[in-house]
Design a protein around this ligand. Structure first.
Ligand code: PRX
Length: 635
């Protein structure tokens, strides 16, 4: 059975079947994967607890699906093409056989270092093939990986390691991103001061910066691999996992508290990542597929590593940034590696667009056949530029809507099969049942309507729990509306029934496609010694989509506002990471609050957006004067 839908009529037929007989539908998809034992029961679920189990009783290892099953026919086919940060350095190609061998080797390294099935492993690495190898080696041994994006601070890493009680960290001496060297090991050292559960650190050599290796705790990746080679351990029997065993934890921000560890499990996630990859991108054997995300985010997990490899695809991993050494770098990579499918983010498109079309001169983009966008709403101007200048009008753009929690793409065109519409994610994929509700959870039916986006039936790739705190999973996603998964997104369904995601309706920002909780940023700002209180909102930003605007009550600034602003920004960088640093900081004498003490964010949002003429109802404010002052000081 082919996973790929090949016409709109087939989409309609398959979609209908997937809603009417979801279990049979997913049985058919799951049958195309490699199982050590098939399932006894396709689905058990309720959204009340929530309790969702797919393919119960089945046994598998996802790495056998991503590696072993391709060896016979495609062992010599490139699995990973790696393009380094510096275009003058050599690129690397790993065939399926080479990747398989390296994963087995590193699984042996993990075993030698005491790792067992079920252990949690933190991975904090640059975008080099060894990152994919580390991820897959964890999966092979049955250890649960928790990849932390290289831009997070020591404190953020420590929070994540502590939450999951990780026993081992895999990192590198440093990493390259554009003109910068990132001192990864030093950041890990700072984090580990707080983390007694970590007994071992495996350090890959990448940037050759000086690092302090602690006796008994820190070992070099290369030395450990040599030991395995001399032991002659070149294979590693994949651990037999239950379909519902945890595969990984990935931390993401919500509207309250610290980031939560989204848990995905082996069987359902594999089926969903593989199915959606094959379908949305209509991947054909031999095509070169380039997803520009970082493996530190869900897009990298599902659509650089697991999805493409499970389908025997060639996945291109890029270490650098779109603007280094100049803003033509993506196009150089496409040209050099003859990329067929490019999957990137609106923020990158807008940024590259702003450098002008000169950056495209002389670059051969003729190999491209399909384009994709992910992470945030894509504005029409960016959509058209992507379509015309990059796709030359003949590459379908799949605007893929999904989330860390959904595991894979949910609403999206199917490239060349279903219609596209600028700035619309369009139609749900088979198996996905979206609906819109009003504030009270009442379904909004019909077309030409807007509401809060929910999903009413489980899909195999969905979140199972938040690590160590199931109640948090329930309250965050399943308690707002009874018997529904609530996405946190607002959405429009137009006259044709096409979906357009309009952005978050909770206190979560989307800055350059990175998800940031306003409460988290406020907590970080409030750590600064002279800050009394703060409120953070988003505002429209030409490149980043949203910028971070902080209103800060800071009575003792020692006279130098600019320096205090820098101090506050530095505090946020230290506590969370540079990605959460406020773009604007406005000092205010007080925040607009209701009599019960609640901050009226609606007013602050309007001021941050520059819409001061109509602030709506301010009659419930404790002190309306404060609003006048904030308005006049707006940045
Ligand atoms: O608001 C939506 C936005 O990104 C959020 C999910 O963020 P994260 O879990 O970090 O995953 C990003 C990569 C899948 C969503 O709640 N979002 C994601 N894709 C789109 C989008 N907004 C509009 N259009 C999209 N295609």
């Amino acid at each position: 059975m082919s996973l790929k839908i090949s016409s709109f009529e087939e989409y309609e037929r398959v979609y209908k079947q997937s809603v009417e007989q979801p279990e049979q539908f997913w049985d058919g998809i799951a049958d195309t994967f490699l199982w050590k034992k098939k399932w006894d029961k396709t689905l058990e679920w309720n959204f009340k607890e929530p309790n969702v189990k797919w393919f119960q009783g089945a046994k598998l290892n996802i790495t056998e699906n991503c590696l072993d099953r391709h060896l016979e026919k495609s062992g010599d086919k490139p699995a990973i093409i790696w393009e380094p940060n510096d275009p003058n350095d050599d690129h690397r190609v790993l065939t399926y056989r080479q990747l398989h061998d390296k994963v087995c080797q590193f699984a042996n390294v993990l075993k030698n270092n005491g790792v067992k099935k079920g252990d949690r492993i933190c991975i904090y690495m640059p975008m080099v093939p060894e990152l994919a190898i580390a991820v897959l080696a964890c999966a092979r041994i049955g250890a649960i990986h928790s990849v932390v994006f290289g831009g997070f601070s020591a404190q953020s890493i420590a929070d994540r390691i502590l939450d999951a009680t990780c026993s081992l960290v895999i990192t590198a001496d440093g990493g390259f991103r554009g003109a910068k060297d990132i001192p990864l090991k030093t950041v890990i050292d700072d984090a580990l001061v707080q983390c007694p559960s970590v007994k071992k650190v495996i350090v890959l050599t990448r940037s050759r910066t000086a690092v302090s290796m602690i006796k008994g705790r820190d070992v070099w990746w290369e030395d450990e691999v040599k030991k395995v080679e001399t032991q002659g351990n070149l294979t590693f029997a994949a651990e037999e996992m239950d379909a519902e065993d945890m595969l990984f934890i990935l931390y993401t921000s919500g509207s309250t508290g610290k980031p939560k560890g989204v848990v995905h499990t082996c069987g359902g996630y594999m089926v969903y990542a593989g199915y959606t990859f094959a379908n949305v991108f209509q991947y054909n054997p031999g095509e070169v597929y380039f997803c520009t995300a970082d493996i530190g985010w869900i897009t990298g997990h599902s659509y650089i590593v697991y999805g493409p490899l499970s389908q025997g695809a060639t996945t291109l991993m890029f270490e650098g940034i779109p603007t280094y050494p100049d803003a033509g770098r993506f196009w150089d990579v496409v040209d050099k590696h003859k990329v067929n499918i490019l999957y990137t983010a609106p923020t990158a498109i807008r940024s590259l667009m702003s450098f002008g079309d000169d950056m495209l001169r002389g670059k051969d983009l003729s190999t491209l056949t399909k384009l994709g966008s992910v992470g945030e709403p894509i504005n029409e101007e960016a959509w058209h530029w992507f379509d015309e200048k990059i796709g030359h009008g003949h590459c379908p753009i799949v605007d893929t809507w999904w989330q860390t929690e959904t595991g894979g793409i949910m609403i999206s065109p199917i490239a060349g099969v279903t219609k596209t519409k600028p700035s619309f994610a369009t139609l749900p994929l088979p198996g996905i049942q979206p609906l819109l509700v009003d504030e009270n959870g009442k379904e909004i039916t019909g077309n030409g309507v807007s509401g809060n986006l929910c999903i009413k039936f489980p899909w195999p790739g969905m979140i199972r729990t938040t690590y160590g705190d199931h109640e948090r999973c329930r309250t965050a996603y399943f308690a707002t509306y009874e018997n529904l998964y609530f996405t946190g997104d607002g959405c429009l369904r137009d006259e044709d029934g096409y979906y357009r995601i309009t952005g978050r309706v909770d206190d979560v920002l989307n800055v350059s496609g990175h998800r940031i909780g306003t409460a988290e940023v406020e907590n970080a700002i409030n750590m600064h010694s002279s800050v009394v209180e703060s409120a953070v909102v988003g505002y429209p930003h030409d490149i980043k989509g949203q910028g971070v605007y902080a209103f800060v009550v800071c009575p003792e600034k020692h006279g130098d506002d600019e320096l205090t602003r820098k101090d506050i920004a530095m505090t946020v960088t230290r506590i969370i990471g540079a990605i959460a640093r406020p773009d604007k900081i406005q000092f205010v004498s007080g925040l607009p609050k209701t009599r019960s003490g609640k901050i009226m964010r609606r007013i602050l949002r309007k001021i941050a957006e520059g819409e001061t003429s109509n602030l709506g109802d301010t009659s419930t404010l404790l002190d309306p004067n404060v609003v006048e002052e904030i308005k006049s000081g707006a940045l």
